[in-house]
Design a protein around this ligand. Structure first.
Ligand code: PGA
Length: 225
């Protein structure tokens, strides 16, 4: 089981240190945190592996606002999220750019959590399977890469997928790409155990509920039991 905390654009270096000073990951589960770029140096070396929230495909170059895998490695960052739906929705991330970012990160020795998931309109139109097939087809196979299934309609909305919906989507993804699949979208201490009890759910990618040390620790514990 892997539980990853995606802090999105929350927590500068000071709050990052405060969080990690009060957070004790339980034994028996792999836990990582994904702080914003500016907080990565403060997070590294405090007992929890650190992943970035994105990574560029080039080693260096004229790419204003981007950060390369080599730069992350230099800081001691161990992995990166790639293709989060907020990157796809707001920052023009495409299946092709997701593929390039994944490849560069893996090549540089980072682990990758590659995100996929359908929107509400796509689910209602019966397109979930086609969307997941297309997104997963762009993701390379590698033993340092896992996939996160995050239905866009469940992210930050309080609308969690039912365990059955998660199980069905995870089973589909695993049939296409033999890897661990994390569930993401309104995971909380109250629903974490039930979601992670599904046979095809191998952990969680947690947004809002990862911002408080206590609720994140509770979700991590739910992955153990
Ligand atoms: P949420 O976000 O847990 O706040 O819904 C999950 C994510 O976007 O990774």
């Amino acid at each position: 089981m892997l539980v990853a905390g995606n802090w999105k654009m929350f927590k500068g270096p000071r709050e990052t240190v405060e969080f990690l000073d009060s957070f004790e990951p339980p034994a028996g589960v792999d836990v990582v945190v994904c702080p914003p770029f500016v907080s990565l140096p403060a997070a590294v070396g405090r007992g929890v592996p650190v992943y970035a929230q994105s990574v560029h495909w080039a080693a260096e170059g004229a790419f204003t606002g981007e950060v390369s895998a080599g730069m992350l490695r230099e800081l001691g960052v161990e992995g990166a999220l790639v293709g989060h739906s907020e990157r796809r929705q707001h920052f023009g991330e495409t299946d092709e750019s997701v593929r390039r970012r994944c490849e560069a990160a893996l090549e540089a020795g980072l682990a990758v959590i590659a995100c996929v998931g359908e929107t509400e309109a796509q689910r209602e139109a019966g397109e979930t399977e086609a969307v997941l097939e297309r997104q997963v087809a762009a993701i390379p196979f590698h033993d340092r890469l896992v996939i996160a299934y995050e239905p866009v309609w469940a992210i930050g909305t309080g609308k969690t997928a039912t365990p059955e919906i998660a199980q069905e989507a995870h089973a589909l993804i695993k049939a296409l790409h033999d890897t661990q699949v994390l569930y993401g979208g309104s995971v909380k201490p109250e629903n974490a155990a039930e979601l992670m009890a599904q046979p095809a759910v191998d952990g969680a990618l947690v947004g809002g509920a990862s911002l408080e040390a206590e609720s994140f620790a509770a979700i991590c514990r739910a992955a153990v039991t």
